[in-house]
Design a protein around this ligand. Structure first.
Ligand SMILES: [Zn+2]
Ligand SMILES: [Zn+2]
Length: 260
């Protein structure tokens, strides 16, 4: 089977500190040949870039998560801009709005999102968007940035109408462990209808482990459970899901393919 790509992981998480080499080995064994480690603040972004510099299969995204928006300074954004110049930084993210937790005030979240979209547009980097219970505001802000190099709505949680608007605009939808949760038939229905050419595989590890490991630590090797579920829903062979989603990720993130 062609290698699959975990387009959204948090490999800097302390939960991976003890057995990082084992986690990497299991991922490669499972056919997960590339992983994008996403930052959420300056420290984790720096950590993601360090991992990408050290390990051939790891790439990085840098950005400020909406949870951390209240703490961001102009200097931190400048620091991220410099980090983003590294050769293995393939996206700006994760950034977005989280109206579920509201850890930062919504005004600040929106302001920090706009500032980062401006930088990503200048740097010609695709963006990885976190959208939790904020679909309308995310879509309306993104509309003001038509020149972005690409948009991924990671861990997609909108309804069919939101999905259609995203597709219409050329966005990609990131799908992970939540697809396997028993109560998530809404997402399964959307995945059945969305063209495979617009889906990306992700774990968001260490969070959101797929069934039956739900609640435990997630890791890139569990990405195969997401692939299997998409294969079942679309009634297409594993191989086709792997090849197409990998081609999608290569298209938006523009990895150097010659390495693999
Ligand atoms: Zn997220
Ligand atoms: Zn994440």
């Amino acid at each position: 089977m062609s290698g699959i790509i975990d387009t959204h992981a948090h490999l800097d998480d302390p939960k991976f500190r003890e057995d990082f080499e084992d986690v990497r080995a299991r991922a490669l064994q499972a056919g997960v040949t590339r992983v994008i480690s996403a930052g959420g603040d300056i420290t984790s972004s720096r950590h993601a870039v360090m991992l990408a510099d050290r390990y051939p299969e790891i790439y990085a995204a840098v950005g400020v998560h909406p949870h951390e928006a209240a703490a961001v300074t102009p200097r931190a954004l400048e620091g991220l801009r410099i980090l983003a110049g590294g050769g293995k930084v393939v996206a700006w993210g994760e950034i977005g709005l989280d109206y579920h937790y509201d850890f930062s005030s919504r005004d600040i979240q929106r302001d920090v999102l706009r500032k980062q979209l401006e930088i990503a547009a200048e740097l010609n980097l695709p963006v990885i968007i976190h959208d939790r219970q904020a679909h309308q505001d995310v879509l309306s802000i993104l509309k003001d940035f038509p020149g972005l190099a690409g948009v991924v709505i990671h861990c997609f949680s909108g309804d069919l109408k939101i999905a259609e608007e995203c597709l219409h605009r050329g966005y990609y939808l990131g799908v992970g462990g939540t697809l396997t949760f028993p109560k998530n038939s809404g997402l399964r229905d959307i995945v059945q209808r969305v063209p495979l050419e617009r889906l990306l595989l992700e774990t968001d590890c260490p969070y959101l482990a797929p069934q039956p490991r739900r609640g435990k630590r997630n890791e890139p090797s569990f990405l195969t459970a997401v692939l299997e579920e998409i294969s079942r829903l679309k009634d297409l062979p594993h191989q086709e899901i792997a090849e197409t989603t990998t081609a999608n990720a290569e298209k938006i993130f523009r990895f150097p393919t010659s390495d693999f």
